[in-house]
Design a protein around this ligand. Structure first.
Ligand SMILES: *Cc1c(COP(=O)(O)O)cnc(C)c1O
Length: 421
């Protein structure tokens, strides 16, 4: 459920008319709904009620500082994968003891940053990383709390580019070697082992892979405890999927996911962390664009819009589907036409949808791409020298620009011409 609905024939973001935002901010832009973000966070928080838990928002899905502050103020922790994301979480006012540091390639500088600024735990992904983290912690006269990310060799049944829990994926250490690796961690004086971490992939639409993975984590918890490790925290990752197409089968609900967690690991008495990104932010955002031209090809109609693959790369990168809706509500029963919806970039990959059924649209009509809150603005670039597009946050009947559109000058002045020229 989200808060982007038609009212009196106009698409709204909560109580704000989207056409009104477009008139003030210009197109294209991203718009996010406060009520939807908070609602989705609360669904997870409630799903784990009765267990000691922390819901850590996966910052990489939507990293605007205003969004992080909104969720942080509501009680969320943060899951970060870089020094930049760590600093964003801190800039949003989240305290270090609610920030978890994930990722396979943490540098010494990033480790130092987090150890000095405060960190809940590092999710360590390899033996070399363990050794470096121990050294960095000792050099700062401190001890780094860690979990080890284990790879449970479970098929998440999701898109190959976002599957992370099979043995051929680059993430974590094989669960079969976990006891050996924990024994090594226990010997490193700069580390304190506190738990286990697992994350098997993103956009999962079934619960079974989670069940298989968490069952293996429960087994490992008992083994590690019998080996003498003090396992008090389980980080169970993110990955619960969202419906991208309205007529799709809906993925499992956070409530069902929470019940599964209780069933599989509830008896262990551990503090539970989860790291959802997409389910919190995905359906809390729209990309709004304007039709530039309607072009008739030999056997198809092209809708050329002012947003492009640099603004939203998911269709080009993952063959992702985004529902596309006109901002002015179509008259009931109006004939629909198949359009290829494309951006202006000089690549055939700059195609958002092929043969998409839409009511007839004219130049200057506004369209909204739904489910564009997660992995959308954060993956944008300035390819074709198209400045990054603004982000807008709506709350009830108010809205604010939370990242402004750079001017062409801002963009060009980041380059410098060497003195010798
Ligand atoms: C990407 C990622 C997440 C979030 O995944 P979603 O599918 O957005 O819920 C959580 N944890 C880790 C380690 C990740 O890499």
């Amino acid at each position: 459920m989200d808060h982007f609905l038609y009212r009196d024939g106009q698409l709204m973001a909560e109580d704000v008319n989207i056409a009104e935002i477009a008139a003030q901010v210009g197109t294209p832009f991203y718009v996010y709904s406060t009520a939807t973000l908070l609602r989705h966070f609360k669904l997870f928080d409630d799903a784990l009620s009765g267990m000691d838990h922390l819901v850590c928002f996966a910052v990489k899905s939507l990293s605007n500082v205003a969004v992080l502050k909104l969720l942080g103020d509501a009680g969320a922790g943060m899951d970060v994968v870089s020094g930049g994301e760590y600093l964003r979480a801190k800039a949003a006012g989240v305290s270090g003891d609610k920030i978890v540091f994930s990722g396979i390639g943490k540098t010494r500088e990033e480790m130092r940053l987090a150890l000095e600024g405060g960190i809940r735990q590092f999710n360590v992904e390899s033996e070399p990383e363990m050794e470096v983290l121990s050294q960095v912690a000792l050099s700062l006269n401190t001890v780094a709390p860690i979990t080890v990310r284990v790879n449970p060799d479970v098929d998440a049944k999701t898109h190959a580019k976002i599957s992370t829990g099979k043995k051929e994926d680059k993430f974590g250490i094989p669960i079969s070697r976990a006891r050996e690796v924990y024994a090594m961690a226990a010997k490193l004086r700069g580390l304190k082992v506190i738990g286990i971490d697992v994350h098997i992939g993103s956009q999962l639409t079934e619960l079974e892979p989670f069940r298989l993975a968490y069952r293996k984590v429960a087994e490992l918890t008992e083994q590690l405890r019998s080996d003498g490790h003090d396992i008090t925290r389980l980080d169970l990752g993110g990955g619960l999927g969202i419906p991208y197409a309205r007529d799709n089968n809906a993925p499992p609900l956070p409530r069902e996911y929470g019940a599964l967690i209780k069933e599989e690991v509830g008896h262990l008495g551990c503090e539970i962390e989860i790291e959802p990104g997409r389910l919190i932010s995905g359906n809390a955002g729209l990309l709004v664009a304007k039709v530039i031209y309607v072009k008739s090809g030999e056997d198809r109609e092209f809708l050329i819009v002012d947003a492009a693959m640099n603004d939203l790369i998911r269709p080009a990168m993952y063959d992702a589907w985004h529902d596309i809706v006109p901002v002015i509500e179509p008259v009931a029963g109006v004939d629909q036409t198949p359009y290829d919806v494309v951006g202006p970039i000089c690549e055939s990959g700059d195609t958002f949808a092929k043969g998409r059924m839409l009511p007839p649209l004219d130049p200057d009509a506004l369209v909204a791409f739904r489910s564009a809150g997660a992995y959308s603005a954060v993956m944008s670039s300035e390819y074709n020298s198209r400045p990054l597009i603004p982000e807008v946050l709506v709350n009830g009947d108010q809205f604010a620009v939370i990242r402004r559109r750079p001017t062409f000058e801002d963009m060009i002045n980041r380059d410098t011409i060497p003195e010798w020229m």
